[in-house]
Design a binder for this molecule. Structure first.
Ligand SMILES: [Ca+2]
Ligand SMILES: [Ca+2]
Length: 221
């Protein structure tokens, strides 16, 4: 029976990646460590946090840090919570440029929290991001390598790395504008700010049900 190995493969993949019960609800799903823009309102570093759980998560007392991995180093600014199933963007733009940032990405309804005090400022040569809760316990973290200017690093809702953003893959797209009102406009960033890529388990469940249907149809013949 040809379909058995395929079914076993899919089942083992499901048990590896499909179990979400031990995953933290808050996941780092995207990060820009080196924008391709030379100036304007869209040239700063940013990261995206997603609440993959079913309930609102309070960010009061939460903090984050880069590679020094010390709880309490930086806060989430004006953000006090993340609603279930939503993503927040944390950036380091000129204060007041938040709505311009959103429109330059062609977005609407996305919440951009501008920390605006020099952070986040990730090393383009490779860095880390750690998230801590109100008991200073590490909730989640990512390690990323050398940047390709203008491309974000992406992770799915389970925190699996998807590598660098590519326009047309994993819902990433080029920004509408580089946010510069004068000058040559050196680049247009690629990413998917404000929403997270689904975890493989959903695609897997779809594949499993398709496979089950095929097997059932073969048996019915
Ligand atoms: Ca940087
Ligand atoms: Ca995203």
């Amino acid at each position: 029976m040809k379909s058995k190995p395929a079914l076993l493969l899919i089942l083992s993949w499901f048990f590896l990646y499909g179990n979400t019960s031990t995953q933290a609800a808050i996941v780092i799903t995207e990060l820009m460590s080196s924008s391709s823009h030379g100036g304007g309102s869209n040239n700063a570093d940013w990261f995206e946090l997603t609440n993959t759980g079913p309930t609102l998560v309070s960010l009061i007392g939460w903090s984050w840090d880069r590679s020094s991995n010390t709880a309490g180093t930086a806060t989430f600014g004006s953000a006090t919570s993340i609603a279930a199933g939503t993503s927040l963007i944390f950036t380091n733009e000129t204060l007041g440029a938040e709505s311009t940032w959103i429109s330059n990405w062609g977005l609407a309804g996305v919440i951009v929290v501008n920390l605006g005090n020099g952070v986040p400022n990730f090393l383009a040569s490779g860095d880390r991001l750690y998230i801590y809760d109100n008991t200073n316990t590490q909730v989640t973290s990512v390690t990323f390598g050398s940047a390709t200017q203008g491309r974000t690093f992406e992770w799915d809702k389970l925190g699996n790395s998807l590598g660098l953003s590519v326009a047309g893959e994993n819902e990433a797209y080029p920004a509408v504008s580089n946010g510069q009102t004068s000058g040559l406009g050196p680049g247009v960033d690629v990413g998917s700010p404000g929403f997270a890529v689904p975890e493989p388990s959903r695609m897997l469940l779809l594949a499993m049900s398709t496979l089950a249907t095929i097997i059932r149809r073969r048996r019915e013949r």
